[in-house]
Design a protein around this ligand. Structure first.
Ligand SMILES: Cc1cc2nc3c(=O)[nH]c(=O)nc-3n(C[C@H](O)[C@H](O)[C@H](O)COP(=O)(O)OP(=O)(O)OC[C@H]3O[C@@H](n4cnc5c(N)ncnc54)[C@H](O)[C@@H]3O)c2cc1C
Length: 334
Protein backbone atom coordinates (compact mmCIF):
# COMPACT_ATOMS: atom_id res chain seq x y z
CA UNK A 1 0.00 0.00 0.00
CA UNK A 2 1.22 3.55 -0.75
CA UNK A 3 1.77 5.77 2.30
CA UNK A 4 -0.75 8.60 2.23
CA UNK A 5 0.98 10.45 5.04
CA UNK A 6 -2.26 10.80 7.06
CA UNK A 7 -2.43 10.68 10.80
CA UNK A 8 -5.37 10.13 13.09
CA UNK A 9 -8.30 7.70 12.98
CA UNK A 10 -9.40 6.06 9.76
CA UNK A 11 -12.35 7.93 8.26
CA UNK A 12 -15.60 6.26 7.20
CA UNK A 13 -16.47 9.09 4.83
CA UNK A 14 -18.22 7.97 1.65
CA UNK A 15 -16.44 8.68 -1.60
CA UNK A 16 -17.54 8.22 -5.22
CA UNK A 17 -14.74 7.88 -7.75
CA UNK A 18 -15.95 8.73 -11.26
CA UNK A 19 -14.02 6.64 -13.79
CA UNK A 20 -12.84 3.06 -13.99
CA UNK A 21 -9.60 3.41 -15.96
CA UNK A 22 -6.22 2.86 -14.36
CA UNK A 23 -6.38 6.22 -12.55
CA UNK A 24 -9.90 5.67 -11.15
CA UNK A 25 -9.27 2.09 -10.05
CA UNK A 26 -5.91 2.88 -8.44
CA UNK A 27 -7.36 5.90 -6.65
CA UNK A 28 -10.38 3.90 -5.48
CA UNK A 29 -8.16 1.12 -4.09
CA UNK A 30 -5.85 3.59 -2.34
CA UNK A 31 -8.82 5.31 -0.70
CA UNK A 32 -10.49 2.02 0.19
CA UNK A 33 -7.31 0.65 1.77
CA UNK A 34 -7.07 3.88 3.78
CA UNK A 35 -10.50 3.17 5.24
CA UNK A 36 -12.89 5.21 3.10
CA UNK A 37 -16.19 3.74 1.90
CA UNK A 38 -15.64 3.89 -1.86
CA UNK A 39 -17.91 3.31 -4.86
CA UNK A 40 -16.98 3.75 -8.50
CA UNK A 41 -19.37 5.28 -11.03
CA UNK A 42 -18.20 4.82 -14.58
CA UNK A 43 -19.71 5.15 -18.04
CA UNK A 44 -17.62 2.22 -19.26
CA UNK A 45 -16.07 -0.90 -17.73
CA UNK A 46 -12.24 -1.07 -17.60
CA UNK A 47 -12.14 -3.14 -20.80
CA UNK A 48 -13.56 -0.20 -22.79
CA UNK A 49 -11.30 2.54 -21.42
CA UNK A 50 -8.23 4.22 -22.87
CA UNK A 51 -6.27 2.53 -20.09
CA UNK A 52 -6.60 -0.93 -21.63
CA UNK A 53 -4.84 0.39 -24.75
CA UNK A 54 -1.78 1.67 -22.84
CA UNK A 55 1.54 0.03 -23.82
CA UNK A 56 2.23 0.01 -20.92
CA UNK A 57 5.74 0.68 -19.80
CA UNK A 58 6.63 2.55 -16.65
CA UNK A 59 8.08 5.71 -18.18
CA UNK A 60 7.26 9.44 -17.79
CA UNK A 61 6.03 10.47 -21.26
CA UNK A 62 3.87 13.42 -22.34
CA UNK A 63 2.82 14.33 -18.80
CA UNK A 64 3.43 17.57 -16.91
CA UNK A 65 4.75 19.38 -14.91
CA UNK A 66 8.03 17.48 -15.04
CA UNK A 67 9.03 17.94 -11.38
CA UNK A 68 5.74 16.57 -10.03
CA UNK A 69 5.67 13.87 -12.71
CA UNK A 70 9.06 12.66 -11.50
CA UNK A 71 7.79 12.44 -7.93
CA UNK A 72 4.58 10.58 -8.90
CA UNK A 73 6.58 8.20 -11.13
CA UNK A 74 9.08 7.62 -8.31
CA UNK A 75 6.28 6.67 -5.88
CA UNK A 76 4.62 4.33 -8.40
CA UNK A 77 7.69 2.41 -9.52
CA UNK A 78 8.37 0.29 -6.40
CA UNK A 79 4.68 -0.61 -6.24
CA UNK A 80 4.94 -2.12 -9.72
CA UNK A 81 8.29 -3.77 -8.98
CA UNK A 82 6.75 -5.48 -5.96
CA UNK A 83 3.73 -6.61 -8.03
CA UNK A 84 6.06 -8.21 -10.58
CA UNK A 85 6.66 -11.01 -8.05
CA UNK A 86 3.07 -12.15 -8.75
CA UNK A 87 2.37 -12.94 -12.47
CA UNK A 88 -1.39 -12.65 -11.78
CA UNK A 89 -0.94 -8.86 -11.67
CA UNK A 90 0.27 -8.73 -15.29
CA UNK A 91 3.39 -6.79 -14.25
CA UNK A 92 6.94 -7.81 -15.24
CA UNK A 93 10.28 -6.03 -14.89
CA UNK A 94 12.08 -5.98 -18.24
CA UNK A 95 15.25 -4.65 -19.83
CA UNK A 96 14.65 -1.56 -21.90
CA UNK A 97 16.79 0.00 -24.65
CA UNK A 98 16.06 3.55 -25.87
CA UNK A 99 17.90 4.31 -29.11
CA UNK A 100 18.84 7.71 -30.55
CA UNK A 101 20.29 8.78 -33.89
CA UNK A 102 22.22 11.72 -32.37
CA UNK A 103 24.06 12.10 -29.05
CA UNK A 104 21.73 12.76 -26.10
CA UNK A 105 22.15 14.22 -22.59
CA UNK A 106 24.49 12.27 -20.36
CA UNK A 107 21.90 12.58 -17.60
CA UNK A 108 18.28 12.73 -18.88
CA UNK A 109 15.68 14.66 -16.82
CA UNK A 110 14.17 11.40 -15.54
CA UNK A 111 17.52 9.83 -14.54
CA UNK A 112 16.90 10.17 -10.80
CA UNK A 113 14.03 7.65 -11.06
CA UNK A 114 16.14 5.05 -12.87
CA UNK A 115 19.16 4.19 -10.70
CA UNK A 116 20.33 1.39 -13.03
CA UNK A 117 20.51 3.72 -16.07
CA UNK A 118 23.57 3.23 -18.29
CA UNK A 119 24.66 3.88 -21.87
CA UNK A 120 25.50 1.20 -24.40
CA UNK A 121 28.76 2.01 -26.26
CA UNK A 122 28.08 3.28 -29.80
CA UNK A 123 30.03 0.38 -31.34
CA UNK A 124 27.52 -2.08 -29.81
CA UNK A 125 24.42 -0.26 -31.08
CA UNK A 126 22.47 -1.27 -34.20
CA UNK A 127 23.48 0.54 -37.40
CA UNK A 128 22.30 4.13 -37.64
CA UNK A 129 22.17 4.78 -33.88
CA UNK A 130 24.72 6.91 -32.04
CA UNK A 131 23.42 6.93 -28.48
CA UNK A 132 21.20 5.04 -26.06
CA UNK A 133 19.83 4.62 -22.56
CA UNK A 134 19.60 1.15 -21.10
CA UNK A 135 17.72 0.36 -17.87
CA UNK A 136 15.12 -1.93 -16.35
CA UNK A 137 11.48 -0.86 -16.08
CA UNK A 138 8.14 -2.33 -15.03
CA UNK A 139 6.01 -3.33 -18.03
CA UNK A 140 2.31 -3.73 -17.38
CA UNK A 141 0.04 -6.01 -19.42
CA UNK A 142 -3.08 -3.86 -19.17
CA UNK A 143 -5.92 -6.36 -19.78
CA UNK A 144 -4.52 -8.55 -17.00
CA UNK A 145 -3.63 -5.61 -14.74
CA UNK A 146 -7.02 -3.90 -14.97
CA UNK A 147 -8.72 -7.21 -14.07
CA UNK A 148 -6.35 -7.52 -11.11
CA UNK A 149 -7.18 -3.98 -9.94
CA UNK A 150 -10.92 -4.55 -10.34
CA UNK A 151 -10.75 -7.83 -8.39
CA UNK A 152 -8.72 -6.13 -5.63
CA UNK A 153 -11.23 -3.29 -5.37
CA UNK A 154 -14.20 -5.69 -5.26
CA UNK A 155 -12.46 -7.99 -2.76
CA UNK A 156 -12.17 -4.94 -0.50
CA UNK A 157 -15.96 -4.51 -0.66
CA UNK A 158 -16.00 -1.93 -3.46
CA UNK A 159 -18.86 -1.67 -5.95
CA UNK A 160 -18.68 -0.50 -9.54
CA UNK A 161 -21.83 1.09 -10.98
CA UNK A 162 -21.93 1.52 -14.74
CA UNK A 163 -23.58 4.88 -15.28
CA UNK A 164 -22.90 8.04 -17.24
CA UNK A 165 -22.44 11.16 -15.10
CA UNK A 166 -23.60 14.39 -16.72
CA UNK A 167 -22.63 16.70 -13.85
CA UNK A 168 -20.31 16.33 -10.84
CA UNK A 169 -23.29 17.45 -8.76
CA UNK A 170 -24.86 13.97 -9.32
CA UNK A 171 -22.26 11.94 -7.39
CA UNK A 172 -21.96 14.84 -4.92
CA UNK A 173 -25.62 14.17 -3.99
CA UNK A 174 -24.74 10.57 -3.12
CA UNK A 175 -21.36 10.86 -1.34
CA UNK A 176 -19.49 13.32 0.85
CA UNK A 177 -16.54 13.55 -1.56
CA UNK A 178 -16.25 12.99 -5.32
CA UNK A 179 -13.02 12.13 -7.12
CA UNK A 180 -12.99 12.93 -10.84
CA UNK A 181 -10.88 10.38 -12.78
CA UNK A 182 -12.49 10.79 -16.20
CA UNK A 183 -9.35 11.29 -18.29
CA UNK A 184 -9.97 13.02 -21.61
CA UNK A 185 -13.70 13.28 -20.93
CA UNK A 186 -13.01 15.74 -18.11
CA UNK A 187 -13.30 18.18 -21.01
CA UNK A 188 -17.07 17.83 -20.70
CA UNK A 189 -17.51 16.85 -17.06
CA UNK A 190 -15.20 19.52 -15.64
CA UNK A 191 -15.51 21.93 -18.57
CA UNK A 192 -11.75 21.72 -19.11
CA UNK A 193 -10.69 22.10 -22.75
CA UNK A 194 -7.07 22.15 -21.55
CA UNK A 195 -6.99 18.35 -21.72
CA UNK A 196 -6.42 17.29 -25.34
CA UNK A 197 -6.06 14.00 -27.22
CA UNK A 198 -2.74 12.69 -28.50
CA UNK A 199 -3.69 9.65 -30.54
CA UNK A 200 -1.63 6.47 -30.32
CA UNK A 201 -1.94 3.38 -32.51
CA UNK A 202 -0.34 -0.05 -32.15
CA UNK A 203 -0.32 -3.49 -33.71
CA UNK A 204 -0.22 -6.59 -31.47
CA UNK A 205 1.66 -9.54 -33.00
CA UNK A 206 2.85 -13.01 -32.07
CA UNK A 207 6.14 -12.63 -30.26
CA UNK A 208 9.02 -14.17 -32.25
CA UNK A 209 11.16 -14.26 -29.07
CA UNK A 210 11.76 -10.66 -27.96
CA UNK A 211 11.81 -10.22 -24.19
CA UNK A 212 12.95 -6.60 -23.81
CA UNK A 213 11.45 -3.22 -24.72
CA UNK A 214 13.14 -1.36 -27.56
CA UNK A 215 12.32 2.17 -28.66
CA UNK A 216 13.70 4.29 -31.50
CA UNK A 217 12.98 7.83 -30.34
CA UNK A 218 14.35 9.51 -33.48
CA UNK A 219 12.67 7.53 -36.28
CA UNK A 220 11.56 10.01 -38.98
CA UNK A 221 8.17 8.23 -38.99
CA UNK A 222 7.66 8.86 -35.25
CA UNK A 223 8.64 7.21 -31.98
CA UNK A 224 8.87 3.50 -32.77
CA UNK A 225 8.59 0.88 -30.04
CA UNK A 226 8.41 -2.81 -29.32
CA UNK A 227 6.88 -3.81 -25.98
CA UNK A 228 6.48 -7.42 -24.84
CA UNK A 229 3.16 -8.29 -23.22
CA UNK A 230 2.98 -11.56 -21.33
CA UNK A 231 1.87 -13.61 -24.37
CA UNK A 232 2.45 -11.30 -27.34
CA UNK A 233 4.22 -8.15 -28.51
CA UNK A 234 3.01 -4.59 -29.10
CA UNK A 235 4.44 -2.64 -32.03
CA UNK A 236 3.99 1.12 -32.07
CA UNK A 237 3.47 3.84 -32.41
CA UNK A 238 2.00 7.21 -33.24
CA UNK A 239 1.52 10.52 -31.41
CA UNK A 240 -1.05 12.53 -33.37
CA UNK A 241 -1.93 15.74 -31.55
CA UNK A 242 -5.59 16.74 -31.48
CA UNK A 243 -6.62 13.64 -33.46
CA UNK A 244 -9.88 12.09 -32.23
CA UNK A 245 -10.22 8.97 -34.37
CA UNK A 246 -10.07 5.76 -32.31
CA UNK A 247 -10.36 3.50 -35.39
CA UNK A 248 -6.97 1.95 -36.25
CA UNK A 249 -5.75 3.08 -39.67
CA UNK A 250 -4.56 0.08 -41.81
CA UNK A 251 -2.01 2.20 -43.68
CA UNK A 252 -0.51 3.46 -40.41
CA UNK A 253 -0.44 -0.12 -39.11
CA UNK A 254 1.65 -1.20 -42.12
CA UNK A 255 4.07 1.67 -41.50
CA UNK A 256 4.37 0.74 -37.83
CA UNK A 257 5.24 -2.88 -38.67
CA UNK A 258 7.82 -1.70 -41.24
CA UNK A 259 9.42 0.68 -38.73
CA UNK A 260 9.59 -2.01 -36.05
CA UNK A 261 11.07 -4.47 -38.56
CA UNK A 262 14.00 -2.06 -38.87
CA UNK A 263 14.65 -2.80 -35.18
CA UNK A 264 14.20 -6.58 -35.58
CA UNK A 265 13.68 -8.07 -39.09
CA UNK A 266 11.65 -10.98 -37.64
CA UNK A 267 8.81 -8.52 -37.02
CA UNK A 268 8.19 -7.99 -40.76
CA UNK A 269 6.34 -11.33 -40.91
CA UNK A 270 5.05 -11.75 -37.35
CA UNK A 271 1.40 -12.87 -37.29
CA UNK A 272 -0.89 -9.94 -36.50
CA UNK A 273 -3.31 -10.52 -33.59
CA UNK A 274 -4.94 -7.14 -33.02
CA UNK A 275 -5.01 -3.45 -34.01
CA UNK A 276 -5.90 -0.68 -31.54
CA UNK A 277 -5.83 3.10 -31.31
CA UNK A 278 -6.51 5.28 -28.28
CA UNK A 279 -6.35 8.88 -27.10
CA UNK A 280 -3.78 9.91 -24.49
CA UNK A 281 -5.36 12.54 -22.20
CA UNK A 282 -2.60 15.16 -22.39
CA UNK A 283 -2.90 18.33 -20.30
CA UNK A 284 -0.01 20.66 -21.19
CA UNK A 285 -0.74 22.84 -18.12
CA UNK A 286 -0.17 19.77 -15.93
CA UNK A 287 -2.05 16.82 -14.48
CA UNK A 288 -5.05 18.28 -12.65
CA UNK A 289 -4.71 17.05 -9.09
CA UNK A 290 -6.48 19.48 -6.81
CA UNK A 291 -9.58 20.02 -4.72
CA UNK A 292 -12.52 22.07 -5.97
CA UNK A 293 -15.60 23.20 -4.06
CA UNK A 294 -18.63 22.27 -6.16
CA UNK A 295 -21.35 24.90 -6.67
CA UNK A 296 -23.95 22.84 -4.74
CA UNK A 297 -21.68 22.56 -1.70
CA UNK A 298 -19.94 19.24 -2.45
CA UNK A 299 -16.19 18.62 -2.61
CA UNK A 300 -14.46 17.25 -5.70
CA UNK A 301 -10.85 16.13 -5.97
CA UNK A 302 -9.78 16.11 -9.63
CA UNK A 303 -7.25 13.52 -10.82
CA UNK A 304 -7.02 13.58 -14.63
CA UNK A 305 -4.86 14.62 -17.56
CA UNK A 306 -2.01 12.08 -17.19
CA UNK A 307 -1.08 12.10 -20.90
CA UNK A 308 1.14 9.24 -22.01
CA UNK A 309 1.95 8.24 -18.45
CA UNK A 310 -1.31 7.44 -16.65
CA UNK A 311 -0.10 3.98 -15.66
CA UNK A 312 3.36 5.25 -14.74
CA UNK A 313 1.99 7.93 -12.43
CA UNK A 314 -1.06 6.05 -11.13
CA UNK A 315 0.06 5.11 -7.61
CA UNK A 316 1.83 8.41 -6.92
CA UNK A 317 -1.18 10.44 -8.08
CA UNK A 318 -3.58 8.17 -6.17
CA UNK A 319 -1.62 8.76 -2.98
CA UNK A 320 -1.77 12.51 -3.50
CA UNK A 321 -5.49 12.41 -4.34
CA UNK A 322 -6.05 10.38 -1.17
CA UNK A 323 -4.21 13.00 0.89
CA UNK A 324 -6.52 15.67 -0.56
CA UNK A 325 -9.59 13.52 0.17
CA UNK A 326 -8.28 12.90 3.69
CA UNK A 327 -7.83 16.61 4.30
CA UNK A 328 -11.36 17.32 3.03
CA UNK A 329 -12.75 14.51 5.21
CA UNK A 330 -10.93 15.90 8.26
CA UNK A 331 -12.69 19.22 7.64
CA UNK A 332 -16.03 17.39 7.54
CA UNK A 333 -16.45 16.78 3.80
CA UNK A 334 -18.94 19.56 3.17
C1 LIG B 1 -1.38 3.92 -27.52
C2 LIG B 1 -1.20 4.35 -26.10
C3 LIG B 1 -0.06 3.92 -25.41
C4 LIG B 1 0.13 4.30 -24.08
N1 LIG B 1 1.24 3.84 -23.42
C5 LIG B 1 1.42 4.16 -22.12
C6 LIG B 1 2.54 3.65 -21.41
O1 LIG B 1 3.37 2.93 -21.96
N2 LIG B 1 2.67 3.99 -20.09
C7 LIG B 1 1.77 4.79 -19.45
O2 LIG B 1 1.94 5.06 -18.27
N3 LIG B 1 0.70 5.30 -20.11
C8 LIG B 1 0.51 5.01 -21.42
N4 LIG B 1 -0.56 5.52 -22.11
C9 LIG B 1 -1.41 6.54 -21.44
C10 LIG B 1 -2.48 5.92 -20.60
O3 LIG B 1 -3.25 5.02 -21.36
C11 LIG B 1 -3.40 7.03 -20.03
O4 LIG B 1 -2.64 8.05 -19.42
C12 LIG B 1 -4.35 6.44 -19.01
O5 LIG B 1 -5.02 5.34 -19.55
C13 LIG B 1 -5.35 7.47 -18.48
O6 LIG B 1 -6.15 6.77 -17.56
P1 LIG B 1 -7.48 7.38 -16.96
O7 LIG B 1 -7.97 6.39 -15.97
O8 LIG B 1 -7.23 8.78 -16.53
O9 LIG B 1 -8.47 7.50 -18.21
P2 LIG B 1 -9.37 6.41 -18.96
O10 LIG B 1 -8.69 5.12 -19.09
O11 LIG B 1 -9.82 7.09 -20.21
O12 LIG B 1 -10.61 6.21 -18.01
C14 LIG B 1 -11.59 7.21 -17.85
C15 LIG B 1 -12.78 6.63 -17.14
O13 LIG B 1 -13.72 7.65 -16.88
C16 LIG B 1 -15.00 7.22 -17.28
N5 LIG B 1 -15.79 8.39 -17.64
C17 LIG B 1 -15.45 9.41 -18.45
N6 LIG B 1 -16.44 10.32 -18.50
C18 LIG B 1 -17.42 9.85 -17.70
C19 LIG B 1 -18.70 10.33 -17.34
N7 LIG B 1 -19.16 11.49 -17.81
N8 LIG B 1 -19.47 9.60 -16.50
C20 LIG B 1 -19.02 8.43 -15.99
N9 LIG B 1 -17.80 7.94 -16.30
C21 LIG B 1 -17.01 8.63 -17.14
C22 LIG B 1 -14.74 6.31 -18.46
O14 LIG B 1 -15.86 5.47 -18.70
C23 LIG B 1 -13.52 5.55 -17.94
O15 LIG B 1 -13.94 4.52 -17.09
C24 LIG B 1 -0.80 5.15 -23.43
C25 LIG B 1 -1.94 5.55 -24.12
C26 LIG B 1 -2.14 5.17 -25.44
C27 LIG B 1 -3.38 5.61 -26.15
Amino acid sequence: MVDMGRSGALPDTSVIVVGCGVVGLTTAITLQEAGFAVRIWSAEPPADTTSIIAGATWFPYKAYPLDRVLEWARVSKPVFVEMAADPATGVAVRDCLHLYRDPVDLVPWWASTVPDLRRVPEAELPDGFRDSYFFTQPVIDMPIYLDYLLDRFRAGGGEVHLREVTSLAEPAEAAAIVVNCTGLRARELAGDTGVVPVRGQWVRVENPGIDRCIADFDHPGGVTYVIPRLGSLLLGGTGDENAWDTEPDPRVAEEIVARCAELDPRLAHARVLEHRAGLRPVRPAGVRLEEEALPGGGVCVHNYGHGGAGVTLSWGCAAEAARLVGAAADRGGR
